[in-house]
Design a protein around this ligand. Structure first.
Ligand SMILES: Nc1ncnc2c1ncn2[C@@H]1O[C@H](COP(=O)(O)OP(=O)(O)OP(=O)(O)O)[C@@H](O)[C@H]1O
Ligand SMILES: [Mg+2]
Length: 467
């Protein structure tokens, strides 16, 4: 044992990492630390250095580094660990197994493992460290994971390998990463939970804390970013919670949301629904909104069918019609929606062929007027939505679970890379990144009708005062 202590190197940590390392060192029960920060703040280097130190402390003091996918490991955390070992001149103490990606401390047999957990989160259940011991688990770039779920499964599985009395039954979990570009990303919620959990510590190191450790070219580069692109600097290097530029609806925020009480105090004049039926394998989305006599448009609820969640089986147009008409009538049977029953109803359809099929069926099935939007005018639609958000005419009801997919789309839809920063008007010839946009489109058709063809609605309702 003494021998080991003699060879164990003394490590230097920057001041900003002292509390982080001390917390891990002194932990006497399961501890989670979260380091969410900006780039080049020393996360990887210092946690890896701490991990390397741990391998000297006991036999089989095993460590696991995790990323989203195993294929990302070879050129990132695995090679970074090797670089650190080389730079600290510790090569004689380690055997590096390139093929299986393991680093073994030859004095203690402590092993550093590497794995990816996002593609198959349950696969980690098959992981067994040598001598069933694990001292430290590090989630590297954890914000790149698709959700919190793989982290939970990993923690639940690995807690079994809590050490013996030698390390006081302690296991340490560290999550570290940089902010996601979306301010509604799951990792921000996760961070809020960590902040109030007494067993969790949160840190936010930034590059200025380790400036003296950084290569002068890196410092020069970061300072240039700070001076020429302050918004990107805040997002990337200060790690601020913000929607990074490129977002189609940067103005979509809390001010677009209203609660039920707000709606109940106002006078609705028409129900306007948007329908974006599935073509091939995308979603069918049907939003229900009301137009108020003030001219405000409020999205109240939606029905969304995603074939991906049902074994990729798209519903036939008649099945779809049946399902959403059923949903539609149930909506009006809810006591809080009684007041919307007598209003004129419009269903505004996608111009695509799928919409036609549904249109015919709806037309004969209910007392609703079905309106076809003429064609997809994406940029005009987006301009209209953006204006409606900015002027407060577009509202979305808060705390309605069904509306979550719509809110997700509005807060994550991005312009294609090459169009970032350009004016909407200049974008006519370029295309948008269109990912999940079915809920967005169904709302858009209804809003287009409500704002463009308001006179039509006005004609049907004496209550409408317009704007
Ligand atoms: N304790 C240290 N000793 C020596 N160099 C260090 C130390 N800490 C940080 N550095 C230097 O700072 C650089 C940036 O640190 P690191 O890669 O750990 O940052 P990071 O926060 O993980 O960055 P990213 O956000 O890109 O993942 C390292 O490549 C290394 O050169
Ligand atoms: Mg890093």
């Amino acid at each position: 044992m003494e021998n080991r202590i003699r060879v164990a190197p003394k490590f230097q940590f920057p001041e900003s990492f002292e509390p982080i390392i001390a917390g891990l060192r002194d932990a006497n029960e399961t501890l989670n630390e979260t380091l969410l920060s900006g780039r080049d703040s020393g996360k990887t280097w210092n946690i890896a250095q701490y991990a390397i130190g741990l391998t000297f402390e006991e036999n089989y003091n095993n460590i696991l580094f995790i990323r989203a996918t195993k294929s990302q490991i070879a050129n990132s955390i695995f090679s970074q660990c090797i670089n650190i070992i080389k730079e600290l001149k510790l090569e004689p103490f380690f055997k590096i197994k390139y093929k299986v990606q393991e680093i073994v401390n030859v004095i203690t047999n402590s092993t550093i493992y590497f794995d990816g957990i996002d593609e198959d989160p349950y696969a980690i259940k098959g992981f067994t460290p040598r001598m069933n011991k694990i001292a430290l688990v590090v989630f590297e770039e954890y914000t790149e994971l698709s959700s919190r779920m793989p982290i939970d499964i990993t923690i639940e599985t690995l807690i079994r390998f809590r050490g013996s009395d030698q390390n006081k039954g302690t296991i340490k979990f560290v999550k570290m990463g940089n902010p996601s570009r979306w301010n509604n990303h799951w990792s921000w919620e996760d961070l809020e939970i960590d902040k109030i959990n007494p067993k969790t510590k949160v840190f936010h190191p930034i590059w200025t804390d380790i400036k003296s450790y950084l290569n002068p070219h890196t410092v020069e580069y970061i300072e240039n970013v700070r001076d020429t692109n302050p918004r990107y600097y805040r997002f990337a290097y200060l790690g601020e919670r913000m929607s990074y530029e490129g977002l189609v609806y940067p103005q979509f925020d809390n001010s677009c949301m209203v609660d039920r009480k707000w709606l109940d105090e106002r006078v609705p004049v028409a129900i306007i629904c948007g329908l974006d039926p599935a073509s091939k394998r995308d979603k069918t989305a049907f939003t229900i909104s009301c137009l108020l006599n003030s001219g405000e448009f409020v999205v109240m609820d939606m029905w969304c069918y995603n074939p991906k969640e049902f074994g990729n089986e798209p519903l036939s147009p008649s099945q779809q019609t049946e399902r959403f008409m059923d949903y539609f009538s149930k909506f009006f049977n809810k006591p809080q929606n009684f007041k919307f029953r007598g209003l004129p109803r419009y269903i505004v359809c996608d111009p695509a062929n799928g919409g036609m099929d549904l249109e015919i069926k709806i037309n004969y099935s209910r007392d609703v007027a079905v309106v076809n939007v003429d064609k997809k005018e994406r940029l005009k639609d987006i301009e209209r939505n953006t204006n409606a958000m900015a002027t407060g005419r577009l509202k979305i009801l808060k705390n309605v679970d069904a509306l979550k997919p719509l809110i997700d789309e509005l807060s994550t839809m991005i312009w294609r890379e090459q169009t970032i920063g350009k004016e909407l008007k200049q974008l006519k010839s370029t295309q948008l990144t269109i990912g999940e946009d079915d809920c967005h489109d169904s709302m858009t058709y209804a809003l287009r009708f409500a704002l463009n063809d308001a006179r039509f609605v006005q004609y049907n309702s004496k209550l409408f005062v317009g704007r």
